[in-house]
Design a protein around this ligand. Structure first.
Ligand code: DHE
Length: 581
């Protein structure tokens, strides 16, 4: 069933409405070893530094024997580097999933070597930027020279800078004491409108857009406070919006920027700590920031720079990936990508901050809890592993080998007819869906091993979802190069996992004629009887949300509105608040 993948950055560029002329053809099968990166499954699902290119950075001074760049060349190369290279090679070029490109190494290799390497790529994973037409020969020459010069350093963003961005728009004492709107908040969906930098709050009962709220740039995820009242939204520009869902018309009541580039936000969920604190992690600077839950007042900034779990070398820019809140203890699990460490941050005493550092594996990305809420399973995606952390004992339980580039989102929990409770992840790099036993009490023999692997439609999977009241498992494939696969969903019967999945043509059901109609991020309503899918087209094309009846697997409603620009993630208030997935 598996189908070849094209590069994720190409896919994302297309979704962003970038010119197809500069991108490889959709579905093109590659055999050239130089193309290994692009054809290797999930090979280019790497972060971009979307906001850093816009930061002014000083050009390092000229050095004897090193080619100089004009100010304009430096600016162009710097922009391209942050957009295309920094995700793998690091902002400071000390290496991440890609090799280090510090000047001691690049100068030894020399200009011609660098130029050819950028042009042709390598089987080890370097894209063939020149050969593919993604970069012109002139751009490549400038980039090779740029790499021979010292890297410019983006600015730090400490408490002073964070505080300067902090705004309380409606102070807590001026906020409503009771809910002022008639909406069933528990069934409200916060929908990411990625390219317009907004979230749409959609009433899950009536399917009406209640309001649209301006948020950060290329907005990423939404999370809900423990009480369900406050919604936290993070943009890629590290802007956090705090939205009060009790207002007659919910709106931003406070905002702050916690850094220059960010992807994650979470709140305090332990007993006695509900709604008290919030935390956000950034890609640059490498840090996380603890804030007051109801005002976003920044309280504490903690850096993540340190040594890696394996080679135990210093890494200058370990990015903060996912952050989840334990419900057992006043702790957050902060997953640090480049060092491979899970930091269990005890937020009960910010002066005497206790952090338990768990050595997992490198390139931690996304993950979720098992159904008991005790164990957290996180993908070390570039290592094809899932690390399991016991949040009660604050210990690593096991590191499990799965398929190529796991991407669980938050994963999917269900009771398997044979193996008992399992948690499932899909993969960017293959059609495999790995089911991992999660019950060390009653099903000890199956716990923390892959008990079954089932086959979806193909690689390019990002999210997978079920619900405690459902016996269906939905698997998306928005990054698959085959347009039919990208615009449809595979749904498995959880009682008959040996049977092939049914394919739901969600893109077609949306009634939209234009675009690839990538279908992404299944999300249940509160009752678990409907599943919502985003039909994600480019910014200048029509997109939609398709709602499916979970029992019949038939189309229920299509939500279309010109304001629904590039909808991607959807966060049902109740399910996000209670970690139902
Ligand atoms: Fe995400 C979650 C990082 C691209 C949609 N994404 C996450 C998390 C991280 C992350 C670290 C976990 C947050 C948490 O739980 O605290 N995402 C990144 C990237 O670095 C990457 C690969 C590239 C980039 O430069 O941003 C990236 N992500 C995307 C997309 O292109 C997606 C598909 C569309 C979009 O809106 O940008 C996308 N990411 C999502 C969604 C979640 C997410 C919907 C939350 C899933 C959930 O169910 O909780």
């Amino acid at each position: 069933m598996s189908r070849t993948l094209i590069s994720v950055s190409t896919v994302l560029a297309m979704a962003l409405g970038a010119s197809l002329a500069t991108s490889p053809a959709l579905g093109q099968t590659r055999t050239d070893p130089k193309d290994a990166h692009k054809s290797s499954p999930g090979g280019r699902y790497e972060p971009r530094m979307d906001v850093l290119p816009g930061q002014g950075m000083k050009q390092p001074g000229a050095e004897p024997g090193v080619p100089t760049l004009t100010a304009a060349e430096f600016e162009d190369a710097r922009k391209v580097y942050f957009e295309r290279c920094a995700g793998c090679h690091g902002v400071l070029r000390k290496g991440a999933t890609g090799k280090a490109l510090t000047t001691d190494l690049t100068r030894e290799k020399g200009f011609e070597y660098l130029r050819d390497f950028i042009t042709y790529g390598s089987p080890g994973g370097m894209p063939n930027w020149g050969d593919s037409g993604d970069m012109s020969p002139q751009q490549i020459e400038v980039m090779a020279k740029y790499l021979l010069n010292e890297p410019p350093t983006p600015p730090e963003f400490g408490l002073k800078e964070i505080k300067a961005t902090w705004k309380v728009i409606v102070p807590p004492e001026r906020r409503p004491r009771t809910k002022q709107n008639a909406i069933n908040i528990e069934n409200l969906f916060s929908v990411t409108l990625r390219d317009s930098g907004e979230v749409a709050l959609i009433d899950g009962d009536t399917k009406q857009i209640f309001t649209i709220i301006k948020t950060g740039y290329a907005v990423h995820i939404s999370r809900i406070s423990a009480s369900g009242r406050y919604l936290y939204v993070v943009g890629r520009d590290a802007k956090i919006n705090l939205i009060d869902l009790w207002m007659a018309k919910p709106d931003t009541v406070a905002e702050v920027r916690v850094g220059l580039e960010a992807r994650s936000v979470e709140t305090s969920k332990a007993k006695g700590w509900e709604d008290k604190l919030a935390v956000a992690g950034s890609y640059w600077p490498p840090q996380y920031v603890i804030m007051k839950g109801d005002t976003l007042e920044p309280l504490k900034v903690e850096g993540t720079r340190g040594t890696t779990v394996d080679t135990q070398e210093y890494h200058p820019e370990p990015r903060v990936a996912s952050i989840v809140a334990s419900s057992h203890k006043p702790e957050w699990l902060v997953n640090v990508k480049e060092t491979g460490k899970v930091l269990m941050v005890d937020y009960s005493d910010l002066t005497n901050l206790k952090i338990t550092t768990i050595a997992a594996d490198r390139f931690l990305h996304d993950g979720g809890f098992d159904r008991s809420g005790r164990y957290f399973l996180v993908a070390a995606n570039a290592r094809n592993k899932i690390a399991v952390v016991d949040t009660k004992e604050s210990k690593l339980v096991k590191i499990i080998e799965v398929g190529q580039t796991p991407h669980p989102g938050r994963g999917a929990n269900f009771t398997h007819p044979k193996f008992g409770p399992v948690w499932a992840t899909g993969h960017l790099g293959s059609e495999a869906i790995s089911l991992i036993g999660t019950d060390p009490e009653k099903n000890k023999q199956y716990a923390w091993t892959v008990v079954q692997t089932i086959e979806g439609q193909g690689g390019g999977n990002l999210f997978i979802k079920t619900h405690p009241r459902s016996r269906n498992l939905y698997v998306d494939t928005p990054l698959n190069p085959d347009a039919d696969v990208a615009s449809s969903i595979a749904v498995f019967n959880l009682d008959k996992l040996d049977q092939k999945p049914e394919i739901l043509p969600i893109g077609q059901w949306s009634g939209i004629a234009e675009g690839t109609k990538r279908v992404v991020h299944p999300e249940y309503n509160k009752d678990g009887n409907e599943v919502w899918f985003s039909v994600w087209n480019a910014k200048n094309q029509q997109s939609a949300i398709v709602v499916v009846d979970d029992k019949t697997r038939k189309l229920k409603t299509v939500i279309k509105d010109p304001r629904l620009v590039t909808p991607t993630g959807k966060f049902n208030v109740y399910n996000t608040q209670h970690d139902v997935y």
